[in-house]
Design a protein around this ligand. Sequence first.
Ligand code: AMP
Ligand code: ZN
Length: 125
Amino acid sequence: MDGDCLFCKIIDGSVPSKKVYENEWVLAFEDISPAARVHVLLVPKKHFADILAPNCGGYAEGASGASDARYVLELHRAIKAVVELTGVAGSGFRVIANCGRDAGQTVPHLHFHILGGQPFGEALL
Ligand code: AMP
Ligand code: ZN
């Protein structure tokens, strides 16, 4: 928990959000300024500044970094849950994690944009 972090405040409920999916490890909520018909933000409940921050050096129980690796695993699992819940699993979707200045990351709490509900063509990638 980072007291100054917007997404930590969304996780603790002090800032409202439209929840899409939640479990012990992650929260998914609608982006306030959607860039697609489906635009969900998926965040770990532990504060990591960006996609480089989790320590995934060890996964075995008790190994250094094990708990961070669990967050990464649960984020991956939750992508599947979110695309199934929002109905875009079959039609396709895009997952984006902005990291740092050049990518234009504005909220320094690791998050995945899950975008779908329309064809994207080759506009971005
Ligand atoms: P990024 O630019 O990758 O850091 O993405 C941050 C995203 O957070 C943007 O797409 C914003 O629209 C979104 N955002 C900012 N404030 C909120 C909020 N209060 N609730 C939901 N999404 C938000
Ligand atoms: Zn945070």
